[in-house]
Design a protein around this ligand. Structure first.
Ligand code: ADP
Ligand code: NA
Length: 326
């Protein structure tokens, strides 16, 4: 039997955080043997927020090098850049005609992002339709993403089902694959909001590529509480988030972390946490430098990846166009 298909992507809209790593990237690695995986760098999504062309180009190669440094293997997975496969945009257009305005207006990510911006771009409104196209284009079964993407995956399912009802079975209806721990890592400065690379306060996030010193500093400054009891509780969201990060970088469960630090202040835990995070990221940080400098290798990876993705995408788009009447 054919292996099932896994699809995911990350925006090259800045440097990746440990939220991106724990919620998504880290989980990509282990799926590569059991599934046929496609891992994309979604630059079409990134331009839904203003980007400097030279920064976008740099960030795109940074994400690619990080994918490889984390252990994505181009021999096993299709690794490519979204804008190199025009079928994404073409399918998105068709799917726009199977998506209602009201549905898109209810997306919480759209509501949050549009509240923050002076001018609300149509691209940010249509973002989830492009994401549905990304996923449906490859007959994807599973989408490894963080919890913040759950609503978008549900919309994708809805669009697929609507299209299938109208034209007979065309799209696979995908499922989300969210990690058990760390599906939603919060800001270190404001545990009510998710950690994001687009946060203005850089103390709120740790970048995968931050220095060990900065990692320590940010963890030391992380907001906790004045209760002083070491517990994994919704009443202590700052501490809870730090425990989640600890679990993601170690083999301990939250209960085991609590047992280990119970009765101690937060200080000792924070300094151990910084060490656990730095130990986990050190090999990635080291590999990144070498890979990022090898332009020819990066080019060969994304060129090959786009060729393989295109073959699959063209097949699906032809099928869709035929059903629609083109
Ligand atoms: P960002 O939200 O940082 O701009 P993306 O939208 O490119 O990042 O998301 C890339 C992946 O990282 C998605 O699977 C998303 O669910 C995951 N992700 C982003 N932020 C977090 C977070 N704070 N915790 C867990 N996963 C996250
Ligand atoms: Na996101």
């Amino acid at each position: 039997m054919d292996k099932k298909i896994v699809y995911s992507g990350i925006q090259p809209s800045g440097s990746l955080t440990i939220g991106n790593y724990i919620g998504a990237l880290k989980n990509f690695i282990g799926l590569q043997d059991e599934y046929n995986c496609l891992y994309c760098i979604v630059d079409l999504h990134a331009i839904t927020a203003p980007q400097e062309p030279k920064d976008l180009r740099k960030n795109t190669l940074d994400v690619l090098a990080l994918y490889l440094a984390c252990g994505l293997d181009p021999e096993k997975s299709i690794i490519y850049i979204q804008s190199h496969v025009p079928e994404h945009a073409e399918l998105a257009w068709v799917l726009n005609t199977y998506t209602s305005y009201g549905q898109l207006g209810r997306m919480t990510q759209f509501k949050e992002k549009s509240q923050k911006s002076k001018e609300v771009l149509a691209g940010i409104f249509n973002y989830p339709v492009l994401m549905a196209a990304d996923i449906l284009l490859y007959g994807t079964h599973l989408v490894p993403v963080g919890e913040d993407q759950r609503q978008h995956i549900e919309l994708t399912r809805d669009i697929a089902e609507r299209f299938n009802r109208r034209y007979s079975d065309t799209f696979e209806v995908p499922d989300i694959l969210a990690p058990k721990v760390g599906a939603r890592i919060m800001s270190l400065q404001d545990p009510a909001h998710k950690m994001s690379k687009s946060d203005e306060n850089s103390d709120g996030f740790i970048l995968i590529l931050d220095s060990e010193k900065d990692t320590e500093k940010k963890i030391k400054r992380a907001v906790t509480d004045s209760l002083g009891t070491f517990a994994y509780s919704d009443d202590q969201p700052g501490l809870k988030n730090l425990i989640d990060i600890y679990c993601a970088f170690s083999t301990l469960s939250a209960d085991e972390v609590v047992a280990k630090y119970e009765g101690q202040g937060y200080g000792a835990f924070k300094s151990d946490l910084a060490q656990v995070v730095n130990d986990g990221l050190r090999p990635i940080r080291e590999r990144f430098k070498t890979i990022r400098d090898d332009k020819a290798y990066l080019e060969s990876v994304y060129t090959e990846g786009a060729a393989r993705a295109s073959r699959m995408a063209q097949k699906m788009l032809r099928k869709v166009y035929k059903k629609v009447g083109f």
